[in-house]
Design a protein around this ligand. Structure first.
Ligand code: KIV
Ligand code: ZN
Length: 557
């Protein structure tokens, strides 16, 4: 007796070549959102939503779109009529419609297709023993006979529509649970029944209807199928994977390596149970490998939000490429590396060739996602994240000593609020801690002027308020800052020394704002950082000194 769960039956491979192959060109894409995707939505699409979904698929570059199962649903039938009658099919787009291999359903499907310029008639029949024997009570021979009769009927009906180019797609449903020799025999019989003429091809869609095998088994099956089938030159090998074991992407990629030509799937993997293969992730994976896919997933967040609305299904925040958090770093070391990598990305591109930035496998801007929101702050964040937020949102590069000090304050804040800290909060804490707008020393005005005796020396006139009282004081110095410090030392304030000084410009234009960072030392040797902004460097510098001084004044006993 086999245990309840065990390894699936082995695929007998004559020669396994696919692991050495690379995916160098794009498969043909067929979006089955409006059929496989829609049939698995808790609230199926309304006709208006279906139309919008169809437009989106066209906008994003799909050239083959399965629009429904017209013989099974009145909505699908009407939608098919609408796209044909309202001329909604661009010349380079081919619609596809699904039907079971049953005469009355095939005939109804052709009624839905009347007047179409080109279309794929997709017929399927279950080929696994589980289905043929136990669900339908049929033999393999009977199953093949039904498939062959159905295909002959489709050929005949297609011939009655000389102005329409009707292609055949055949799916042996549950291919991955079907004996491989039988799958080959069935598909060969179908292709022979169709009788491809000239360079005409039959699409053989080989589905992992239920994912029951690991990805490399699927690739083995595809490679071996192609080796054994009789009509390789007249067939397009199509993949259709479901995601029951979470391996749909891997299965599809490996099966492409194994020689498949075409992929069916859905955006965000909407589909039965755990869904179909997600074509966004798959196509972007190929794009990352340098393959031109013909699909456009720029403005991915716009697409995501619209599809959430239409489908009523959410997208996980960590969904590859599209999830809200997938280009966001919270951890300090990641933030630091991303921050440095983004700053040096041109240099890195030159060194490595192409895109290479720590912790970002793809350039989020290619998907219309901006850098600003990648680094978010919580209690695990570090200096890099804070530096990134201040630099990208406010154009300020903090000196290391202030950054170290600020990151401690932000961490303490994040711990106390026990949640993510917004960029605005980082800014508020920064202003409160280093700019100190409401301190006891308020600078009203400062005029640095060259002295009459020596134009190289500066006479600084300071108007200020200290503890609510107004003062006007003067000081002479070698420069505007020295003159300012001398002037305010005439007041009754604690002694301090100006130990460190750094200045920078915010922006690159001639009228860029200036920012100055200072470290003052009080009489006990304590450090007080101050930051000042101004339209010129002198103004910014004296404001930074005032801010540092306010910190000392706040500490007075
Ligand atoms: O998953 C499947 O096997 C299908 C077929 C109808 C192709 O959706
Ligand atoms: Zn399916």
């Amino acid at each position: 007796m086999r245990p309840k769960y065990a390894q699936p039956d082995k695929i007998e491979v004559t020669c396994r070549e696919w692991p050495d192959h690379e995916i160098n060109c794009s498969p043909t894409w067929c979006a089955v959102d409006l059929r496989d995707g829609n049939q698995a939505l808790p609230n199926p699409l309304t006709p208006i939503e279906k139309k919008r979904y169809y437009e989106i698929l066209i906008e994003r570059g799909f050239k083959e779109i399965e629009i429904g199962f017209p013989s099974a649903s009145a909505d699908d039938f009407n939608f098919c009529r609408d796209v044909i009658e309202q001329d909604m099919i661009p010349d380079d787009v081919c619609i596809s419609v699904l039907t079971q291999a049953r005469e009355h359903l095939i005939r109804r499907t052709f009624e839905a297709l009347a007047g179409v310029k080109q279309a794929i008639c997709h017929v399927y029949i279950a080929s696994s023993d589980l289905h043929t024997k136990f669900v339908f009570g049929k033999t393999r021979e009977e199953t093949t006979a039904t498939a062959v009769e159905s295909v002959r009927l489709i050929r005949e009906l297609a011939k009655q529509m000389p102005d329409s180019d009707i292609k055949l797609e055949f799916s042996p449903e549950e291919f991955t649970d079907t004996d491989l020799d039988y799958a080959v025999e069935l598909c060969d019989s179908v292709v022979a029944a169709w009788g491809p003429e000239g360079d005409e091809k039959v699409i053989l869609n080989l589905p992992a209807t239920v994912e029951r095998r690991p990805p490399h088994h699927y690739a083995d099956m595809i490679e071996e199928f192609n080796r054994r089938q009789s009509y390789r030159d007249s067939t397009v090998i199509s993949l259709h994977t479901h995601n029951d074991m979470g391996g749909a992407i891997a299965s599809t990629e490996m099966a492409l390596m194994a020689g498949a030509d075409r992929v069916e799937g859905t955006l965000f993997g909407h589909g039965e149970r755990s869904g179909n293969v997600d074509l966004i992730t798959l196509a972007l994976n190929l794009q990352y490998l340098g393959v031109e896919t013909g699909l456009d997933f720029g403005n991915l967040e716009v697409l995501r939000d619209e599809l959430i609305q239409l489908s009523g299904l959410p997208v996980h925040p960590r969904h590859p490429y599209a999830g809200e958090l997938v280009f966001t770093a919270f951890s300090g070391s990641h933030q630091d590396a991303i921050h440095k990598g983004l700053r040096r990305r041109e240099e890195l591109a030159e060194f490595f060739g192409g895109w290479k930035v720590p912790y970002l496998h793809i350039d989020p801007e290619d998907l219309g996602r901006s850098y600003e929101r990648f680094i978010r702050i919580n209690s695990q964040s570090g200096k890099g994240g804070i530096a990134h937020v201040l630099e990208t949102e406010h154009g300020i590069r903090l000196p290391r000593a202030i950054l170290v000090d600020l990151s401690k304050q932000i961490q303490a804040h994040a711990d106390s609020v026990a949640r993510e800290v917004q960029a605005g909060e980082v800014w508020d804490i920064f202003l409160k801690q280093y700019v100190r707008p409401g301190g006891p020393f308020q600078l009203i005005n400062y005029w640095p002027r060259p002295t009459a005796e020596d134009p190289a020396r500066i006479d600084g006139e300071v108007h200020l308020e200290l503890d609510g009282k107004r003062y006007e004081v003067n000081g002479i110095g070698a420069g505007p800052i020295a003159a300012f410090v001398h002037a305010i030392r005439t007041l009754d304030i604690p002694r301090f020394s100006l130990e460190e000084y750094e200045e920078d410009a915010i922006g690159n234009t001639a009228d860029a704002e200036a920012v100055t960072f200072v470290r003052l030392e009080d009489e006990q040797g304590g450090s007080h950082f101050g930051v000042g902004f101004g339209s010129n460097i002198d103004q910014a510098a004296v404001r930074a000194v005032v801010s540092g001084l306010n910190s000392i004044l706040w500490g007075r006993s």
